[in-house]
Design a protein around this ligand. Structure first.
Ligand code: SF4
Length: 547
C-alpha cells in the first residue's frame, strides 16, 4: 500500500508561524479522509512536527497543503524530502496550488487545483503514486497540474464536489492531537462549502451590465457571458468552491463530539457565510447563487446550534462553539436573536471592507455599509462580539473611498465593534481581480496610512477596555519570552494572554483577570481559578515523544 505523508503547511510562511498560532484548519483533515477512503495509507502531520523530527517513518509520497504566502516553507519542505527520498513523489494542494506563478517556482510532480473529492480517485486509479512514469496520464485531467521536466501542464480547476459526495467523507479528527497545544486551538469544522455571492465586479470592460448575475434566475447566474469570475472581485471562493453546499447536521455533530472527546475546547463552525447553512436546501435543486434571497434557513440553523450547545463540555462552560463569518444582508432581528441564544459572548467576523458604498458596489459586494452597521448593532444587541474586516488597496479605490472608511471607524467605535482587522488587497488566482497589481503597504500612502493609524489606535483602545475583566481561557504552553509565564487563549476568542503561572497548568481551562495591556495583540492576566484540566501536560509530552 502507498504510504503518503500529508503536511499541513498553511500559514507557515517561510517556515515558522508568526500569526494565528492557535488555528487548526479543516482542509487537511478532509483531504486525509479522502485519501484514506481511496486506499492510500496517509498520515497527517503539522509542519513543525516534520521539520523538527528525525524519527518519521518512510513514505512514498509527500503531499503538502499550503497557502500562497507559504512558498518558502514549502520549498524547504520539498528540499528536506528530496534529500531523504530523491525519487519520492511530491503532490501539492490547498489555496497555494491555485497559483500558476507559485507552481512554476516549486519542484513538484502533481498538484490538485481546487477541490479534491472528485480528483483524488482519478489520480489513484491511474496508479501514479506507485509508478511516477504514469504522471503523463494525468495531463489534461481536470483539477490536476502536472510538472514534467520543469514544464507545468494545467488541467484547469477541479469540478465542485456535489453535496452527496461531500457527505460521504467525515474529516479525520484524531490527527488534531498532533498539533502543538491543540486543546487551546481554534479547530475549524466545515459546515458550508462555497459562497452564495455570484454577483460580479463591475470594474472591468468585460462586464456589459447585462445584470444576469444580479437579477437573473439562479442557474443562469453561474455563468457570465463575458467570463467575469463570480463573487466579490478580490475573492476566489465562488470560482473555486462554487455555490454553498451544507453538510448534514448529523455529520457536523458527530465530528464536533469526537473533537471534544479529544480535548478540543474551541470549535469554530467554518463557512464563508454561516447564514448560508441550510439556505441551499431552500432552493434545491437549483444552485444558491443569490446572496440575499431567500432569507436564512433559521430552523435548520437553530437545530444545528441547539444540538451543539447541548454537548456536555459546552454546557459545562469548558468548551465553546462559535461561528466564523456572516453576511450583513442576511442578518435581521430574528436571526440575531437566534444566534444570540446559542452563541452569546462569542466573536463573529463581518466583512465590511470599505466605508464607500460606490466601491462596494463596483467590486460586487452584496451588502451596503448601512446594512453592515445595522447587522453589527443587532448582533451586539443579542450578545455577540462583532469583529470587522476592512481592506485597503482594492482596485479603483480612491482617496475619497479611503476617507469614508476612516470616518466609518468612528461609527464602528461608537456601536461597540470589538476589533478591526485591516488587510491589504492581494490579487488571488481565479478571482475577478487576479490580474490587478499588488498595492503598496498601507503606510506607503498618506490616505491609507491615516486609515492604518486610526485602526491601530482603535484596537489599542479596545484592548485597554479589557483591563480588570475576568475572562475564561485555556492555557496553551510556556511563554518562551519570559520565564515563569504561560500563554493562554480566551475560550470565546480574543487577544493572547500571558499569565505568571506554573507550566503545570498547561492544558487547563482557567479564569483570569486582565491586569495589563502589553501590545495591540497581547495582554497580561492574573490566574484566579482553575475550572478544569482538559489535558495533562505530562501525558501529552509522553504521547509526542512516542511518535
Ligand atoms: S459580470 Fe457578467 S453576468 Fe454580471 S452583469 Fe456583467 S456581463 Fe452580466
Amino acid at each position: 500500500m502507498v504510504r503518503l505523508l500529508l503536511i499541513d503547511a498553511n500559514a507557515r510562511m517561510s517556515g515558522k508561524r508568526l500569526t494565528t498560532l492557535d488555528v487548526i484548519g479543516a482542509g487537511p483533515r478532509y483531504v486525509l479522509s479522502v485519501l484514506r477512503r481511496h486506499g492510500i495509507d496517509a498520515v497527517l502531520e503539522p509542519y513543525e512536527n516534520v521539520v523538527t523530527s528525525k524519527g518519521l517513518k518512510d513514505f512514498d509520497v509527500l503531499a503538502v497543503s499550503f497557502m500562497i504566502s507559504d512558498v518558502e516553507a514549502v520549498r524547504k519542505l520539498i528540499s528536506w524530502w528530496k534529500r531523504r527520498k530523491p525519487d519520492g513523489i511530491v503532490m501539492l494542494g490547498g489555496p497555494g496550488a491555485l497559483s500558476p506563478n507559485i507552481l512554476e517556482k516549486l519542484d513538484f510532480d502533481l498538484a490538485i487545483v481546487g477541490e479534491c473529492e472528485l480528483v483524488v480517485p482519478e489520480i489513484v486509479k491511474k496508479g501514479v503514486f506507485e509508478d511516477r512514469s504514469r504522471l503523463d496520464d494525468l495531463i489534461g485531467l481536470k483539477g490536476v497540474a502536472v510538472k514534467l521536466k520543469g514544464k507545468v501542464f494545467w488541467g484547469g480547476l477541479a469540478p465542485w464536489t456535489p453535496r452527496e459526495v461531500m457527505e460521504q467523507y467525515m474529516p479525520d479528527t484524531d490527527s488534531v492531537a498532533k498539533y502543538p497545544f491543540y486543546w487551546a486551538c481554534r479547530v475549524y469544522v466545515e459546515v458550508v462549502r462555497g459562497c452564495s455571492n455570484f454577483r460580479r465586479a463591475k470594474l472591468y470592460r468585460e462586464c456589459d451590465l447585462c445584470n444576469i448575475c444580479r437579477q437573473g434566475p439562479l442557474d443562469a447566474r453561474l455563468r457570465c457571458p463575458r467570463n467575469v469570475a463570480p463573487g466579490c472581485g478580490y475573492c476566489s471562493v465562488p470560482s473555486v468552491h462554487g455555490p454553498p453546499r451544507s453538510r448534514s447536521i448529523e455529520s457536523i455533530v458527530s465530528e464536533v463530539e469526537k473533537l471534544l472527546e479529544l480535548g478540543v475546547t474551541r470549535i469554530v463552525l467554518s463557512a464563508p457565510d454561516f447564514l448560508d447553512y441550510g439556505r441551499d436546501l431552500l432552493v434545491h435543486p437549483h444552485p444558491l447563487t443569490d446572496p440575499r434571497e431567500p432569507p436564512p434557513n433559521i430552523d435548520v440553523i437553530e437545530k444545528l446550534l441547539s444540538k451543539l450547545s447541548a454537548l456536555e463540555p459546552v454546557l459545562e462552560g469548558v468548551a465553546c462553539i462559535s461561528i466564523e463569518n456572516v453576511k450583513p444582508c442576511l442578518v435581521n432581528e430574528y436571526v440575531a436573536e437566534v444566534l444570540g441564544k446559542y452563541l452569546k459572548g462569542t466573536v463573529v467576523y463581518i466583512g465590511l471592507e470599505s466605508g464607500s458604498d460606490e466601491l462596494l458596489d463596483r467590486v460586487g459586494r452584496p451588502c451596503s455599509v448601512s446594512e453592515a452597521i445595522r447587522c453589527i448593532e443587532l448582533l451586539k444587541k443579542y450578545g455577540l462580539r462583532p469583529y470587522v474586516y476592512l481592506m485597503h488597496g482594492i482596485p479603483t479605490e480612491t482617496d475619497d473611498d479611503v476617507k469614508k472608511t476612516v470616518e466609518l471607524v468612528d461609527l464602528l467605535e461608537k456601536i461597540g465593534v470589538e476589533r478591526i482587522v485591516l488587510y491589504r488587497f492581494r490579487p488571488l488566482p481565479f478571482s475577478a481581480f487576479e490580474k490587478a497589481e499588488l498595492p503598496p503597504p498601507a503606510i506607503a500612502k498618506p490616505s491609507t496610512r491615516e486609515l492604518y493609524e486610526r485602526v491601530r489606535k482603535f484596537n489599542e483602545a479596545r484592548k485597554r477596555e479589557l483591563l480588570n475583566r475576568v475572562i475564561r481561557a485555556v492555557i496553551a504552553s510556556s511563554y518562551p519570552k519570559k520565564r515563569g509565564y504561560v500563554v493562554a487563549y480566551p475560550l470565546l476568542h480574543g487577544p493572547t494572554i500571558v499569565i505568571r503561572a506554573s507550566r503545570n497548568y498547561i492544558g487547563a481551562v482557567v479564569d483570569v483577570k486582565i491586569v495589563k495591556v502589553v501590545s495591540d495583540r497581547l495582554v497580561e492576566g492574573m490566574l484566579l481559578r482553575v475550572r478544569k484540566r482538559i489535558v495533562r501536560i505530562e501525558k501529552y509530552a509522553r504521547d509526542i515523544s512516542m511518535r
